[in-house]
Design a protein around this ligand. Structure first.
Ligand code: GDP
Ligand code: MG
Length: 217
């Protein structure tokens, strides 16, 4: 006798996240919006770079930034001072943003009110790599003060990125070497854009904006 046994197969959380992320990507594309996910270590300069990007782009584009942190609204408050709209997600203990968190925030606004969307993901080089947020491009920021092995030790997040940013290049030569990091990033993914920036001295920001595919008319 053949016995029939029903088992319920739960969709893995990753799979559900990927489906929703694809929906967000499609929605943004159909509305002709740009959406970028900025990831990177704590203190790499993600917020400072976003402030610089906002300074350059806010006169020309309507921008919405979704910040992710365990606690506080410090980053969203900083970026909001640069003439863009922001919202801060506090993940409690969560080490990454995900598509559901992004969708919740997009549902609270009128997406048509904006041209360009950014997330600043929770600061680390591990968890955000596994969670697609529906962006068209992933950007990973590391700074040259994080040591010469920082990229070698975190290949997964770079494999999933279209742009690698080596920040704090104003400190290049002062005991830090940007070139090692540039070469490591290229070794992991040869077709990735790799840029050296200084949010402090405002260098490499125009190149980063160009790499995002944004043209100021
Ligand atoms: N020297 C230097 N310091 C920077 C640069 N970018 C950020 N910082 C500093 O690094 C610290 C962390 O920057 P922040 O933008 O908050 O990093 P986040 O955690 O990645 O968002 C702050 O004290 C910044 O002033 C840079 O290009 N050069
Ligand atoms: Mg930050």
């Amino acid at each position: 006798m053949t016995q029939e046994k029903k088992i319920s197969v739960k969709k893995p959380a990753y799979l559900q996240n990927d489906i929703l992320a694809d929906e967000i990507r499609e929605m943004m594309k159909s509305k002709n919006k740009l959406f970028f996910n900025i990831m990177g270590s704590i203190g790499a300069g993600k917020t400072f770079l976003l402030e610089r990007i906002a300074e350059k782009l806010s006169p020309y584009f309507r921008i919405f930034v979704i910040n992710g942190d365990i606690a506080t609204t410090i980053d969203a408050d900083r970026i909001a001072k640069k003439g863009v709209d922001t919202v801060q997600i506090n993940t409690g203990g969560g080490c990454h943003l995900n598509a559901k968190l992004i969708k919740n925030e997009l549902d609270k606004i009128n997406v048509d009110d904006y041209d360009i969307f950014f997330t600043e993901n929770v600061g680390n080089l591990i968890c955000p790599a596994a969670w697609d947020v529906g962006a068209q491009k992933n950007i990973v920021v590391v700074s040259i003060t994080e040591g010469e092995y920082v990229i070698k030790k975190h290949p997964i997040i770079f494999k999933g990125a279209q742009i690698a940013v080596i920040n704090k290049c104003d400190l290049d030569g002062l005991g830090f070497d940007s070139q090692v990091l540039v070469e490591d990033a290229k070794k992991i993914k040869s077709n990735m854009d790799v840029l050296c920036t200084s949010a402090k001295q405002i260098t490499g920001i125009d190149e980063l904006i160009a790499s995002l595919g944004i043209k100021i008319q």
